[in-house]
Write a protein that binds this ligand. Structure first.
Ligand code: ZN
Length: 366
């Protein structure tokens, strides 16, 4: 530890109640026929990738390898008023009407089970508690370990495993209820945060920056030219990248775009939409654990430079449970005050070991 800090992790078992099973009956109608058709067309047996085992894996690793300075707290369900800052009332009515049901909301991979609406309310509520904790200085930083994720959820539409846009609900709460007017959101999930972009598209008080795998990768938005509109022109920044891009590319984006943008914007609060599907084991991109640790260090320094260190992270995607849990652990370790480990090229240790093993056979060395 170089500079011990305390980190509040928001976690709540109610979020495990979101568990869509694809064999469950659907709500009747056209959507069911369409979804059945899609599932029939898939080669492999498909199960819902955004499952409770994701949070279980993270929690298990944090219990096994506790990080000094990290403590846990439960969340509270977000209220209708808190959610309505970023979602329309008709959308909220529709989602609330699904309480206790199994249903597909959209062919775009979003389904609910009996406990899903409560899980989504608690997820958004955990994100709110995270910003409340850092605003009140009850923690140096906070991480909301939530599901369902949020960044694809639009004001009027559930998409891509997301029901409520957790990070947007947290940002809007900070602005409306906590007096933190200017909020910066960095989204490092491998997928573009279309919902967050949509919500803050014309809002000059919210700087939204998204590093992601470029279209046609899901959801297909997040082009360089998408910079916001109206009063918010210039406060949306997209950094679309190749699928194989990894640590050094992302670090250049952070140092040469995100840091100068933060210096220009001067946030009162820094939020991170922290998805971990950019890890190489998750196949979308090529980031390492040390890479996520380095990203965290940069974001923490931005918060230190502009807003007395106020930083909160909200979990988004990450579907390979091993890389998801290890990456969260690496991020929390840096939030708790450790220096990030040095970055090494993937495979470097192996090739060095191979050189040391083979080379003496070809040379005069004893
Ligand atoms: Zn993602």
């Amino acid at each position: 530890m170089t500079d011990a800090k305390n980190v509040l992790v928001l976690y709540d078992e109610r979020m495990l109640g979101h568990n869509p099973e694809i064999e469950e009956p659907f709500l009747p109608g056209r959507l069911e026929r369409r979804v059945r058709e899609i599932l029939r067309g898939l080669d492999a047996k498909w199960s819902y990738p955004e499952h409770p085992g994701r949070l279980d894996a993270i929690k298990e690793l944090l219990d096994q390898k506790p990080i000094p300075g990290v403590r846990f707290a439960r969340g509270a369900a977000a209220t209708r008023e808190q959610l309505s800052r970023v979602h329309t009332t008709s959308y909220l009515d529709d989602i609330y009407s699904l309480r206790g049901q199994n249903a597909w909301l959209d062919t775009d991979t979003t389904a609910v089970s009996a406990g899903s609406v409560e899980a989504a309310e608690v997820a958004a509520g955990c994100a709110i508690k995270a910003v409340e904790a850092v605003a009140a200085k009850k923690a140096d930083s906070a991480f909301a370990l939530v599901r369902p994720p949020g960044h694809h959820a639009e004001p009027v539409r559930a998409r891509g495993f997301c029901l409520f846009n957790n990070v947007a609900v947290a940002a809007a709460h900070a602005q409306s209820a906590l007096g933190l007017k200017k909020v910066m959101i960095l989204d490092w999930d491998a997928h573009h945060g279309n919902g967050t972009q949509d919500i803050f598209w014309s809002d000059p008080d919210t700087l939204f920056i998204d590093m992601h795998r470029a279209s046609p990768f899901y959801p297909g938005s997040g082009h360089l030219e998408e910079v916001g509109a109206g009063l918010g022109e210039g406060t949306t920044i997209n950094i679309p990248l190749e699928g194989g891009a990894g640590d050094s590319i992302m670090l250049r984006a952070l140092n040469e775009i995100v840091v100068p943008a933060a210096d220009w914007f001067k946030p009162d609060l820094v939020l991170v939409s922290a998805g971990f599907d950019a890890h190489r084991l998750d196949l979308a991109m090529n980031v390492s654990y040390a890479g996520f640790a380095a990203f965290t260090d940069i974001m923490q320094k931005i918060a230190g430079a502009h807003c007395e260190g106020r930083i909160a992270m909200v979990l988004e995607g990450g579907y390979h449970t091993e890389s998801l849990s290890n990456a969260v652990h690496a991020v929390l370790t840096v939030l708790a005050g450790a220096a990030p480990p040095p970055l090494t090229e993937y495979g470097l240790e192996d090739v060095e070991a191979a050189i040391a093993y083979h080379l003496p056979a070809f040379t005069d060395q004893e």
